[in-house]
Design a protein around this ligand. Structure first.
Ligand code: AKG
Ligand code: FE2
Length: 371
């Protein structure tokens, strides 16, 4: 059986498990694809050398759109620090930094810093780190904006794994993300006047962060950060009968280029697939700015995936003191149920006063390998 037919069978089977009542009919056996859409049903012939009996895929699902926003528990879980807790965190951090040298990649006071986070926040971070939240992102609010904010963000990031410096982009472990006039129309995190397409952070690079944390210091422009669960999107495509398109996304027919922000010339690598791994919890590699395919079918499938992602994305307008931690890679440890997140940003016009323009602090974190 060809890889493609095998994949198609797998997906048809998977789609059957995804949903409870009959909507989709898959007739397995012939090579010709045929989609018939009725009022509330969908039928498609999919290719297989193995089965020759038609079967029904069950689904009560009618391509309904998820409500966007913060209600989707898989996308985001929130936690708030009270003003008193934020104040204590600021005071503790100041004191700890006074007695310890928190140099770039040494975290001598990591334990102390994390223990100064409020218990409920530390618990949320630890659960998120272990993949126990059933969410792709963790949204923390009420962090203090003070001279120690960078260290507080690092302290929180260290609960998830190890913060690291991505030297190809900047030598800073806490990166500043703010609009740059020269990049306003580019696909970089410093753009503004164009939407930043959804992406897995640094997907074409050697070191893809497992987690990305962004803390908002200013956002007078009310720019919207967008997030989406790529696996949920894939499942939705399956439920909608887009079996062949999903199958294309699993084939190693895509190129990825290194991000524009890396500067050193754009390197393209070939032979990537958008999804890989275990069908029940695949990993996604996707960036709608820096990824494509020379095959028209694969490029079209990627375009459809993009439309689905845009339709199903939630938007979050980060306010000062808000931190958004996102799981950037799929599940690496089978014992942990990490749900992957893709993110992007809507367009905005930077504040006319440079000192008041949007400012995010960003950290990259990698999983700590347990011995
Ligand atoms: O500006 C944002 O909200 C997100 C930008 C982004 O993609 C990033 O900082 O990695
Ligand atoms: Fe990003």
């Amino acid at each position: 059986m060809s890889l493609r037919a095998e994949v198609v069978n797998l997906f048809a089977d998977h789609a059957r498990k995804l949903a409870p009542g009959p909507v989709l009919n898959f007739e397995v056996g012939r090579a010709d694809d045929q989609a018939i859409t009725g009022n509330n049903s969908y039928a498609q012939t999919v290719t297989s050398d193995q089965f020759n009996t038609p079967f029904i895929v069950h689904s009560s699902f009618l391509a309904s759109k998820l409500d966007t926003g913060l209600e989707n528990p898989r996308l985001i879980q929130a936690d708030d620090l009270s003003p008193a807790e934020a104040n204590k965190l600021e005071t503790d951090t100041k004191r700890l930094l006074g007695i310890t040298d928190l140099s770039t990649d040494k975290f001598e006071c990591e334990m102390a810093l994390r223990s100064s986070l409020p218990d409920h926040t530390l618990d949320k971070l630890e659960d998120f780190s272990a993949g126990n939240l059933g969410a792709t992102s963790l949204y923390l609010r009420g962090f203090p904006i003070c001279p120690q904010t960078d260290q507080i963000l690092l302290g929180a990031g260290q609960v998830l794994g190890n913060c690291f410096v991505e030297t190809s982009e900047t030598p800073q472990i806490v990166q500043h993300v703010s609009p740059k006039a020269k990049e306003e129309h580019l696909q970089t995190s410093s753009s503004s006047k164009v939407p930043l397409y959804m992406h897995v952070e640094n997907v074409g690079t050697d070191r893809v962060p497992d987690w990305v944390g962004i803390l908002c210091e200013r956002n007078h422009e009310r720019a919207q950060t967008t997030i989406v669960d790529p696996v949920e999107v894939m499942n939705q495509m399956l439920i909608d009968g887009k079996i062949n398109e999903v199958a294309y996304l699993w084939e190693p027919m895509f190129w990825i280029q290194t991000p524009a922000s890396f500067g050193s010339g754009r390197k393209r690598t070939y032979g990537h697939s958008v999804f890989s791994g275990d069908l029940n919890r695949p990993s996604a590699k996707a960036d709608f700015a820096d990824m494509g395919s020379t095959s028209i079918q694969h490029a079209n499938a990627f375009e459809l995936f993009r439309d689905y992602c845009e339709d199903r994305a939630a938007s979050v307008c980060l306010n000062p003191g808000d931190v958004l931690f996102m799981r950037n890679t799929g599940s690496k440890d089978p014992a942990k149920n990490h749900l992957q997140c893709m993110h992007g940003r809507g367009r905005f016009t930077p504040h006319s006063e440079p000192g008041l323009q949007r400012l995010l602090k960003r950290v990259f974190v990698q999983d700590r390998i347990s011995a």
